[in-house]
Each structure stands twice: as C-alpha cells, then as structure tokens.
Design a protein around this ligand. Structure first.
Ligand code: HEC
Length: 247
C-alpha cells in the first residue's frame, strides 16, 4: 500500500485520531502487527460474493439462468480446457482456486524478455514520441525482478510460480494476471489456448488446447456467469468510506 514498512503503518494508525481506542475495544490490546493482521483478515472474510448465474444453475439447479454458451463453457472449463484442475469447483462450494502456486509463464515473460530498443511515450494528450530505451532507463527507477514464489523460498523450482486466483466477479476486474499484463478475458483465454508461455518450469498442466473461436467465446461466456448478485454492493461499500482524515 505504498508504505515503507509495517512499523510505519502501525505508527501511523497509532497516531491517527480516527482509530482512537478502536483496536483496544475490538481486541483488548493496542494496534500491532498481530491485531492489524486480524483486522484486515476479518474485513477480507466479509468480501463474499455469490448468487451468480453459475451458482443458481450449479447449486440451486435453476436451468433458466444459465445460457447455452455458459453451459458449453462450463463443460470446456472442467473438461477439454483443463481450467478446473487449478481453478477448482467442488460439490459443496466453488472457490475457483486450488490455493496452490503455478508457473504459467506470465512472470517468465516479464523478467526474461529484453526491453524494446525504443518505446512510444505520450508527452501530452495526443502527442507521442518514440523514445530510445537508454533515455527511458536514464530517467526511470530500475524495474524490480518479478520471480514469484522464488522471492520467498529462494528455491529455483519456484521461479515464476504465483498463487491461483479465484475467479468470482472476474469479468469486472480487468486487467488480468498478477502484473495486469493481459487486458481482457479474451486475451487470457487465448494465452491458455497457446499453452501459456513455455519455460523450463512451466506447469505440466499447461499445454496448447486447440480451442476453436466458438469454444473461446463459450469459455468467456462461462467466466462472465461468475459475477455475483452483490458485486455492485461490494464495489459501492469499497468507495463509501471517506478516504483519509476527513476532519
Ligand atoms: C496450472 C494451473 C492453471 C490452469 C490449468 C489454469 N489456470 Fe488460470 N491461473 C492460474 C494462475 C497461477 C494464475 C495467476 C497467474 C499470474 O498471476 O501471473 C491464473 C490466472 C487466471 C486468470 C486471471 C485472474 C485475475 O484475476 O487476474 C483467469 C481469468 C484464468 N486464470 C482463467 C483460466 C482459464 C479460463 C483456464 C483454462 C483455459 C485456466 N485459467 C487454467 C493457474 C491456472
């Protein structure tokens, strides 16, 4: 959240009059790494979204709500396209994640491809210039490495492994992947159709899928059926609280 350290955040909250006594009231102790973690986790646990077209069809057996395209997309998702091996759907619940870490090649592309010799830069609205890479480099901060799980474990086998995200409300949350490098659901499905990006640690579950254009459309139709009935309300809550010290 663009703060230099956890200690900085705790200190900031301690001296913010908005929080006066609230941590003590909720946890019986002042703000600390532990109580701040509990507060964030409690907040995240209420960010549930359900009652999507998929839920009404899959769990409530309502045949009306699910389009034929979404139904064909579901069959591909759990079958030919193999998405559900990582984005899991269970009998009693569907979180669309295995909570595991996988290398799809997204991080590999970001860290291994060399920067182009020059780049189109917008100088003012509608005014562009082709700027040589060495000029950009001279005035930018060096890009940090993006090595995924490896950054924690230092195990070479963990290079470019990232956690499988859940897919609820995914139609509303472009751009995609941990670095936002894919702009649309179509780009994501086309990425998987190519089998991800080959590299020495590519997950063995990713292979070229040979999906036709209409099968790609159906998979997108399925992903669009995962938007929960309360998505608007959740988004509204997110912007309802005033930002910063409003006194
Ligand atoms: C080997 C496991 C695996 C398989 C198989 C897989 N995914 Fe993923 N998926 C991931 C991981 C890991 C990420 C996160 C990658 C990243 O952040 O760089 C991801 C990200 C995504 C995202 C982006 C979500 C977001 O919020 O940014 C979508 C959409 C998605 N997958 C859909 C699919 C579809 C559709 C299929 C089948 C064609 C599929 N996935 C197959 C592991 C998998």
């Amino acid at each position: 959240m663009a703060n230099p350290s956890v200690g900085f955040v705790i200190d900031k909250i301690k001296h913010n009059p908005d929080y006066n006594g609230l941590f003590e009231q909720a946890y019986g102790k002042p703000v600390s790494m532990e109580t701040l973690g509990s507060a964030l986790a409690s907040y995240e646990r209420v960010l549930n979204s359900a009652n999507s077209a998929f839920d009404r069809w899959y769990f409530a057996k309502d045949k009306q709500v699910f389009s034929d395209s979404a139904r064909r997309g579901y069959a591909l998702f759990i079958g030919k396209a193999g998405c559900a091996s990582c984005h899991q759907i269970n009998k009693a619940y569907a979180l669309f994640t295995d909570n595991g870490l996988h290398n799809t090649g997204i991080g590999y592309v970001a860290s291994m491809s060399s920067a182009p010799a020059s780049r189109r830069v917008q100088l003012a609205p509608g005014v562009f210039a082709q700027v040589p890479q060495q000029v950009i480099k001279a005035v930018s901060e060096a890009k940090l490495g993006d090595l995924g799980r490896y950054e924690i474990t230092q195990d070479p086998a963990d290079r470019w492994r990232y956690k499988t995200p859940g897919l609820r409300n995914v139609a509303l949350t472009a751009p995609y992947m941990h670095d936002g490098s894919l702009a649309s659901l179509r780009e994501v499905v086309e990425f998987y159709n190519r089998g991800g990006v080959n590299n020495e640690n590519l997950d063995s579950l990713l292979k070229p899928l040979h999906l036709s254009t209409s099968e790609i459309d159906d998979l997108i139709g399925f992903l669009q059926s995962l938007t929960g009935a309360n998505a608007g309300q959740l988004a509204g809550d997110g912007v309802a609280a005033p930002v910063g010290n409003n006194q």
